[in-house]
Design a protein around this ligand. Structure first.
Ligand SMILES: Cc1cc2nc3c(=O)[nH]c(=O)nc-3n(C[C@H](O)[C@H](O)[C@H](O)COP(=O)(O)OP(=O)(O)OC[C@H]3O[C@@H](n4cnc5c(N)ncnc54)[C@H](O)[C@@H]3O)c2cc1C
Ligand SMILES: NC(=O)c1ccc[n+]([C@@H]2O[C@H](COP(=O)([O-])OP(=O)(O)OC[C@H]3O[C@@H](n4cnc5c(N)ncnc54)[C@H](O)[C@@H]3O)[C@@H](O)[C@H]2O)c1
Length: 441
């Protein structure tokens, strides 16, 4: 039986970063990846990188097939680079195969020819990500016209009409992207409005802009039945309405990838939502087994997976003070056009939590840089605590918000008062100088 210091299952953001860290510390490392097309993990191959590249090309007016070809070239190069970033390490080996636990301290790796190899290690790190959820729906769910984000990104023919089920991150990013490429896009949203957990003014502004760009929305509806009519696909909605298109994308969430991991042969437990149960150091119920990234539940982002690596590194080699509970102000960006980025609380949430909160808002049409950019859409909002001077939240819908939100998060993490952003001297003419006005509360 092969013996390692560490076995890492899954080539995700946390796993590959950890492999390099451990190898550089002279640990003997095995990294097991079941899919040769996934070296580097989800983000590089089927998620962040291809979608943002396609969005870029769609908004640039590039033709769909040529954008898909460019995407395939870029992710192919990144996949190769990522493979070598681990395979070329002096103390790490990449194994192609599916890893399954057979006990608390052994895994069996099965390669694509069915060959099996049992391995053991002092420590195990599970980084197997998440996969698309397709809700229980009757009918021809196995039709070639039914897609997840992964399979749609593999298609080089643009659907004339695309139905998207779900109005979350994937639903809205794909809606904007495919609409810009020229598809007629309809998004089915179960709620009565878009983005019900976001600031209502911003949600309204985004809904209006997306509708103005030609995206159709059907609110208060769920997909209940799907029928492949050979030349098209028809979805029957909860209200009885039928909707035909050329392709249907399920953008209905992603669940932790614990299937076929053999966890039933271990003492590792799952949460109610199917994620691996971990403590604040990301240890599972089995002390020498950690879980990192999407598989451990919670926020599903590449940067939170990378931060999981930091937590584990601190537990293994530091004082263990940086834990899951130390993480604050998790920010995010929805890469629509323009993008929407958020950190912290809305005014309503802040008031519910008892803060003496006040907000300010600033339409991007009033900002000089917006006129240079020829992009007047957008709305920035900030929420502050008038007693402590702390920033409680920022909700930035506008050009460059994906960059600007990091500045706000830095201020929030370090308790820099909102007046510092208000009074700072910014260069000119740039989007960040909006903070002179936005934080003038
Ligand atoms: C369409 C889309 C767009 C996204 N856009 C963004 C974005 O813009 N920004 C952002 O921060 N996040 C984005 N995300 C989320 C982000 O991609 C994920 O949160 C992140 O990639 C998760 O990384 P991870 O470290 O958990 O593991 P992953 O990168 O998911 O890696 C898991 C790996 O484990 C392998 N594996 C699974 N089971 C086994 C097994 N039993 N044996 C061996 N190998 C196994 C898989 O093949 C996979 O390669 C997006 C997601 C999607 C789907
Ligand atoms: N920009 C980014 O960082 C980015 C981009 C894409 C994905 N992601 C990550 O990927 C994860 C998955 O994205 P997602 O968009 O699939 O999930 P999501 O949780 O963001 O949205 C799922 C949506 O599907 C809806 N839904 C569920 N069942 C439905 C049904 N039967 N009919 C109609 N609608 C239904 C839900 O109401 C919800 O709005 C996200 O949680 C996010 O963390 C991040």
């Amino acid at each position: 039986m092969k013996q390692f210091d560490a076995i890492i299952t899954g080539f995700g953001k946390a796993g590959k970063t950890l492999a390099a860290e451990l190898s550089n510390r002279d640990w003997k490392v095995a990294l097991i990846e079941e899919d040769e097309m996934m070296y580097g993990g989800t983000c590089i191959n089927i998620a962040c990188i291809p979608t943002k590249l396609l969005m870029h090309d769609a908004l640039d007016g590039r033709e769909y097939k040529s954008a898909i070809e460019r995407k395939n070239g870029v992710i192919g190069r990144l996949r190769d680079k990522n493979y070598h970033s681990v395979a070329d390490l002096s103390n790490a080996t990449v194994f192609d195969g599916r890893a399954q636990f057979v006990s608390n301290n052994e895994v069996v790796v099965t390669d694509k020819n069915g060959n099996k190899e049992v391995m053991t290690a002092d420590k195990f790190f599970i980084n197997t990500g998440a996969k698309s959820i397709i809700p229980p729906i009757e009918g021809d769910i196995d039709s070639d016209r039914v897609y997840t984000s992964t399979t749609l990104l593999d298609e080089d023919i643009l659907p004339d009409r695309l139905t998207i089920i779900g109005g979350g991150y994937i639903g809205l990013e794909f809606a904007v992207m495919y609409n810009a490429f020229g598809s007629e896009v309809t998004v089915i949203v179960p709620d009565e409005q878009l983005l019900k957990n976001e600031d209502s003014d911003i949600a309204a502004e985004m809904s209006k802009d997306m509708a103005d760009s030609g995206i159709h929305f059907l609110f208060g509806e769920r997909a209940e039945h799907v029928k492949d009519d050979k030349n098209s696909i028809t979805i029957t909605l909860s209200g009885g309405k039928e909707l035909s298109s050329d392709a249907v994308l399920f953008a209905t969430g992603r669940r932790p990838n614990t299937e076929n991991l053999g966890l039933e042969h271990t003492d590792i437990s799952l949460t109610d939502s199917g994620a691996i149960n971990v403590n604040s150091h990301l240890q599972t119920d089995v002390e020498n087994v950690y879980a990192l990234g999407d598989v451990k539940g919670g926020a599903q982002f590449t940067y939170t997976s990378l931060d999981d690596f930091r937590i584990v590194k601190d537990h293994l080699f530091g004082d263990g003070e940086y834990t899951f509970d130390s993480r604050t102000n998790i920010h995010y960006t929805m890469f629509t056009d323009p993008p929407y980025s958020r950190a912290g609380l809305t005014l309503k949430e802040a008031e519910e939590q008892g803060f003496k909160a006040q907000e300010n808002s600033m339409p991007m049409s009033g900002h000089p840089r917006s006129h240079i950019n020829n992009e007047l859409r957008g709305l920035f909002k900030a929420v502050v605590d008038t007693e402590s001077g702390k920033i409680l939240g920022a909700h930035l819908y506008g050009v460059n918000s994906e960059e600007l939100i990091n500045m706000v998060k830095l201020a929030m993490d370090h308790d820099i008062p909102y007046t510092a952003l208000r009074d700072m001297m910014y260069n000119h003419p740039v989007m960040s100088e909006a903070f002179n006005t936005l934080f003038d509360i």
